[in-house]
Design a protein around this ligand. Structure first.
Ligand code: F6P
Length: 342
């Protein structure tokens, strides 16, 4: 009879509830007790939790967000917090703690494992920038939302002869912008992996307009840097994990494009719309498979590991492999997208 705890950390993400449901349903089959910590590592530090029963997870599969709440709390920000997490695990007589999160949450999970705690990871993020897994759940939903937005913006761009700049999330990786841009027929796709000058971007737009097109769509990742300029951020302060808050590059670019080309240019920031609402079938299935795998890892005592997708298989990988470096867009994929610029 095991007792397991779980938490969701970092930005909310479609598919989190599918993971929680899968863990609880699988663990219950073993006769185990499940505890959910509220608001990420904050709940584990302050021992704020609720027991998760079959009744409490009923009906959550199609729901976006997380029933546990989340936060960007870093247990390594204050030295005493690591000891508090240790104490929480002891007090609740937990055999394992499953951390569901992205680079930051799993980075903390990895450190806690190295500090002797029985931690297992599940990879989450709309940004798809975690190494050692082909996909994270949440990405497919965000990608589909961003693609639909690009489709919708085409009609206004066309009707008003405008250039529409669309700012897309993804932090320092261009996955959502690249694939949504490709799927949504953007005329230029700007990602953090490939900085460009404003003149280079305007050339794509001008060449398109020269061949008779009256509008253009530019997909720009929030982490894109205009060559020769500083990274645009929306806030000066760093978060608990030392990250800047990105945002604003779309607006900056729209102004430059209008000035340089003379075409009316508008910016739309997709923002948290990309993380909202119901997960796609792909994310529900991936989240469910990750949840089942996480329970298997607990059963096998494979702490310090996380569930991952490799091809069509769910495998286990050391947390160390996932958090060492960011998984950015490969250049062969960018080159394919580039064939459709301008
Ligand atoms: O990591 C997911 C993400 O949505 C990023 O794409 C984005 O930069 C960030 O989170 C936004 O965070 P917040 O919700 O704290 O503004």
């Amino acid at each position: 009879m095991k007792r397991i705890g779980m938490l969701t950390g970092g930005g909310d993400c479609p598919g989190l509830n599918a993971v929680i449901r899968a863990i609880v349903r699988t663990a219950k089959k073993e006769g185990w007790t499940c505890i959910g910590f509220k608001h990420g590592w904050k709940g584990a530090i302050e021992n704020i939790h609720e027991e998760l029963t079959l009744a409490s997870i009923s009906g959550i599969l199609p729901r976006g967000g997380t029933i546990l709440g989340t936060s960007r709390t870093n247990p390594y920000k204050k030295a005493e917090d690591v000891e508090k997490v240790r104490e929480t695990i002891k007090k609740n007589r937990l055999d394992a703690l499953i951390a569901i999160g992205g680079e930051d949450t799993l980075g903390a999970a990895h450190k806690l494992f190295k500090d002797g705690l029985p931690v297992i990871g599940v990879p989450k993020t709309i940004d798809n920038d975690l190494n050692a897994t082909d996909y994270t759940f949440g990405y497919d939903t965000a990608l589909n939302i961003a693609t639909e937005c690009l489709d919708r913006l085409h009609t206004t761009a066309d009707s008003h002869d405008r250039v529409m700049v669309v700012e897309i999330m993804g932090r320092h990786a261009g996955w959502i912008a690249l694939e949504a841009g490709l799927a949504g027929g953007a005329d230029a796709i700007l990602i953090p992996e490939v900085p460009m000058t404003a003149d280079e971007i305007c050339e794509y737009i001008q060449s398109r307009h020269k061949r008779g097109k009256n509008f253009s769509i530019v997909a720009v990742a929030e982490g894109f840097s205009i060559k020769g300029e500083d990274l645009v951020t929306s806030k000066k302060e760093l978060d608990a994990f030392g990250h800047v808050q990105l945002g604003g590059v779309g607006d900056r670019l729209a102004k430059l494009i209008e000035k340089k080309t003379g075409f009316e240019t508008r910016c739309t920031v997709l923002g948290h719309i990309q993380r909202g609402g119901s997960p796609t079938a792909f994310d529900r299935v991936l989240g469910t498979r990750f949840g089942v795998k996480a329970v298997e890892l607990v059963k096998l005592g494979k702490f310090g590991h996380m569930a991952a997708l490799r091809g069509r298989e769910i495998i286990e990988v050391p947390l160390a492999d996932a958090v060492g470096a960011l998984k950015t867009v490969p250049m062969h994929l960018y080159e394919t997208a580039k064939m459709f610029f301008g």
